[in-house]
Design a protein around this ligand. Structure first.
Ligand code: ZN
Length: 245
């Protein structure tokens, strides 16, 4: 079977002197690993190379009973220059790319995630470095929709009492989201600041958002997203380091 569609390289590893093995996220097909023969030397078949963060058109051959597909050609559609120019953006893009690699299954279309990732990468390339924490929060929040469940951020996840009536914002430690006082029995929860909850509620203006609120908001989202991540993500630790200085 020949596949020709849009893709992102999630990972590229050296296989031999000239060949690379690439993990691709392909529209309509999910994650597919492929060998790219002579990728390091063939500018004709792989113009622009096979580095992560670029959106490309790929052509690959998939054969039953073979663990690896063969990447025959690639052509970059949207390059990664806007990302490669900034250390912060590279750090954020590396984390987002690893997160996608963990969440997307092999040979199983995940087109909604593809659209979310595509939009995130193009915004990442265009926006200023100081907007990255909010951009990343929005990306992680979008991904919770595919991780099993999204946290309830407007109402108690148990009884649906409207959060506008809350005086304290209790957040379930298991990632379900807000919980009202009457529903706390047997629940483990932490308290979030109102300003943190406002990050989720209001049509935001970047300038008004404090980093501390964004960091707390990202921890709330991570309570939902983290359980599906089956490994220790160094790239996430690097993102945290970026913004804790
Ligand atoms: Zn309740």
């Amino acid at each position: 079977m020949i596949i020709e569609d849009s893709a992102f390289v999630l990972r590229a590893t050296k296989y031999s002197e000239r060949d690379l093995i690439v993990e691709l996220f392909i529209r309509g097909h999910g994650k597919i690993s492929a060998i790219a023969r002579s990728a390091k030397t063939s500018k004709r078949r792989f113009p622009g190379g096979l580095e992560p963060f670029s959106k490309m058109k790929v052509r690959l051959k998939v054969q039953a009973n073979r663990p690896l597909a063969t990447l025959e050609e690639s052509d970059i559609r949207i390059g990664n220059i806007g990302i490669r120019d900034s250390f912060d953006k590279i750090t954020v893009a590396s984390y987002a790319t690893e997160l996608i690699s963990i969440l997307v299954q092999a040979n199983e279309a995940a087109d909604e995630i593809f659209v979310v990732f595509e939009l995130f990468m193009s915004r990442l390339a265009d926006q200023e470095d100081d907007t990255l924490p909010k951009l990343l929060l929005d990306f992680e929040t979008a991904l919770t929709r595919f991780s099993g469940f999204s946290p309830s951020l407007d109402a108690c996840f148990k009884c649906e009492k409207d959060a506008q009536q809350f005086t304290k914002y209790r957040i379930s430690r298991r990632g379900e989201g807000l919980i009202c006082r009457a529903c706390t029995e047997g629940e483990h929860y932490g308290i979030a600041d109102k300003s943190t909850m406002s990050v989720f509620w209001t049509a935001y203006q970047d300038a008004l958002i404090e980093y501390a609120d964004l960091a707390q908001a990202r921890r709330i989202i991570w309570a939902s997203l983290g359980p599906v991540v089956d490994r220790d993500m160094k790239t996430r630790a690097q993102v945290e380091k970026l913004w804790s200085r």
